[in-house]
Every structure is written in C-alpha cells, then in structure tokens.
Design a protein around this ligand. Structure first.
Ligand code: ATP
Ligand code: MG
Ligand code: FE
Length: 341
C-alpha cells in the first residue's frame, strides 16, 4: 500500500509517498524561509499564496521521483488542520481534487497526529502505548499515545510553545528566522551556566509547561549588556531542557506502564534536547525513540504515514471534510488557564 501525503499547514509545502512497509519512496519539501525572513516570522497570507503556487508541481515532482503515477497510489492524505487556515485549505483542497479525479480515498490528517505518529514511521518496533513529548512551533504537550486517534493529554503549555520560545529568544539575539536551529548552533559556543535564567513551573504540582517568563528573562539578559550572546543561548537551552526533563519526569511518575519515551515535533531536532531525554529514558529503563531530524520538522512523510495508519484501519473521509484551524488531539483535555489546546 502506498499513500500520497500532502502538508501545507505552516510554511513548508511538502509531498511524500510512503508505503505501509515504512518505506519513504519519495519526499519533497519546499521551504518558504526566505519569503518570511524579512518579517521575522510566518506571514499567513504570503504562506497561503506560496503554497498555492508550489503545491501542484511539487506533487508531480514527488511522483516522478518515485517513478509512480497517481493511479498507483492507494490513498491521498492531507493535513486538514490545525494550522494557518489559508495554507491548510490549499493542501486539503488539492487532495480533494486528486481524490475526486482518481476515485482514491481521501484521508484528512491532523498535523499533530502526523508529528505524534512519525516515530512509528522511523521505528517499526515502537508499539502503543508510549509517552510522547510533542515539542513544536505551536505546541508543547505531553501525551499518552494509546493508538491512532487515541491521545490523552497529560500536560500542555500555559503560554508559549517551546519552539516559539526558541524563535522569540533567537529574534531577541538577532539570529533571524527560523530561530531554533540558530539558537542550537550558538549554544554550542556558550556556557550554559553563565546566565541565571528561571525554570518556570519546575517542581510544580501541576503538570504543565510555561516558557513566556524564560523568554522575558532572555530579553532582560540581552538588554543588560552583561552577557555574551552565546552564553545567553546556551543558558536558555539549558533552562528549557531542565523544564522539559522535570515535566517529563513528573509525567513518567504519574502515567501507567508505557513502552517508550518518545519525542517529536520541530524542537525534537535539537541534539541537546534529544540527548537529555535519552538519558532520562535510560534512567526509567525505557526505550527512547526520536525520529531522524528531517522527520521532526514539518514534512509530508509523517502525514502520509498517519494516512497509512488510518487507511489500515479502514478509515477515510468524505470530500466535504472541513479544514480546521484548531483541532486538539485530545478533545477531552480541559482548557488550562485560558491557554491553547
Ligand atoms: P505545530 O507543529 O505546533 O503546528 P509548526 O508546524 O510550525 O508548529 P514544527 O515545524 O513542527 O512547528 O517545528 C518548528 C519549530 O521547531 C520552530 O519553532 C523551530 O524553531 C523549532 N526547531 C527546529 N529545529 C530546532 C532545533 N534544532 N532546536 C530547537 N528548536 C528547533
Ligand atoms: Mg517552517
Ligand atoms: Fe509542525
């Protein structure tokens, strides 16, 4: 079985062909970093227009890379949310048109489920249930993943997502957009103990994350003129890691038996964070699974894979399925202090 996956929820236009045997036959990603760089962040209208220009040729090229035609694809999966609605609609409507023209089933994929299941594309041995840290540009959650579409959210951020904190801190240091990889590089040259920064909610009874105060402290450290940028970056990254580990520890202590500790989402590409989580998993005698770096940041292979998993369960969606700007993985999770899903 081969599924075509389409991703367009943020600022990467992507297409991939993935088989039920976990083979990525082809994948292409057109990043829009250059288009958004002058604005220091993603401009939704620019993103939507860029997706509309690129998506059809990108899908054609992906099929050509694999030497396949649409007729040889078994299903068409596209991100239907959450994300920037203009972009989501471009990808979803493209998928609907292809499904209509070919008669193949359409699978509407939750972008976060794409991230959440990507470790299973990378590692065929990873079984449900697993404890997942979903750390991305828009989300910072700890989830118990019990199966396809079966998520229990144990923690979320009460303010900024971790990727957002990386991006905002990078901007304060003049590192440009996107900030995460630049912060990681600069942190390598700095002393993680040089700048005293807070660890918001570390040791707290509630399970959640908070990163807004950390970002503000980065701003004050920069404005003080007392510290080298590399020291600020390294200290920021260490503070973020300390928060993550503390919250993950709390979740591991409270959750039942799981098969692995797993990390996914764009921030999971950070090697220092991967290393710290791997050590934590070893401490709990758990397997640790992190997808390869290019499956952490936004891509279509993870969307195709979520499609493979849903298709294997006999699921597909009608051609009038809606694009959803908001779409929580765990609809039963309560709103935390008015913060995001
Ligand atoms: P979401 O998935 O929540 O809708 P998104 O799709 O915009 O948000 P992703 O593409 O999953 O987010 O992740 C992008 C985020 O990951 C950005 O905030 C980026 O700075 C961060 N990121 C990418 N690489 C690294 C890295 N090496 N270290 C830290 N952060 C990183
Ligand atoms: Mg991006
Ligand atoms: Fe994402």
């Amino acid at each position: 079985r081969t599924v075509l996956g389409i991703e367009s929820s943020c600022d990467e236009t992507a297409a991939a062909l993935v088989t039920s045997e976990r083979v990525i036959l082809a994948q292409r990603i057109a990043s829009q970093d250059e288009a958004h760089r002058p604005y220091g962040g993603v401009v939704p209208e620019i993103a939507a227009r860029a997706h509309a220009e690129r998506i059809a040729p990108l899908i054609e090229a992906t099929l050509a890379d694999a030497g396949m035609t649409l007729d040889e694809v078994d299903a068409i999966a596209a991100t239907a949310g959450p994300g920037l609605i203009g972009g989501v609609m471009v990808g979803l409507v493209t998928a609907k048109a292809l499904a209509m023209a070919t008669g193949k089933p359409l699978i509407a994929v939750n972008h976060l489920e794409g991230h959440a299941l990507s470790p299973r594309l990378a590692d065929g041995d990873l079984q449900y249930p697993y404890l997942l840290l979903l750390v991305s540009g828009g989300h910072c959650q700890i989830l118990l993943v019990e199966g396809v579409g079966k998520f229990r959210r144990l923690a979320t951020t009460i303010d900024d997502a971790l990727g957002e904190a990386f991006d905002k801190s990078a901007k304060l240091l003049g590192l440009g957009y996107p900030g995460g990889p630049a912060m990681e590089r600069l942190a390598l040259e700095g002393d993680p103990k040089a700048v005293p920064l807070p660890r918001p909610l570390k040791g707290s009874d509630e399970p959640h994350f908070s990163f807004a105060g950390l970002k503000s402290a980065v701003m004050r450290a920069k404005q003080s003129g007392q510290y080298a940028d590399a020291d600020i970056a390294a200290s920021f990254q260490q503070a973020a890691i300390d928060c993550l580990i503390d919250r993950a520890r709390r979740a591991l202590d409270s959750v039942g038996k799981v098969n692995a500790l797993v990390v996914a989402g764009g921030v999971a590409a950070n090697k220092a964070i991967r290393g710290a989580l791997e050590a934590l998993a070893a401490d709990y005698e758990l397997d640790f699974v992190a997808p390869p770096l290019d499956l952490c940041t936004d891509n279509a292979a993870m969307i195709a894979w979520a499609g493979v998993e849903r298709f294997a369960m006999g699921q597909s969606d009608p051609l009038d399925v809606a694009a959803r700007p908001r779409w929580p993985l765990d609809p039963d999770a309560e709103t935390v202090r008015g913060a995001g899903v």
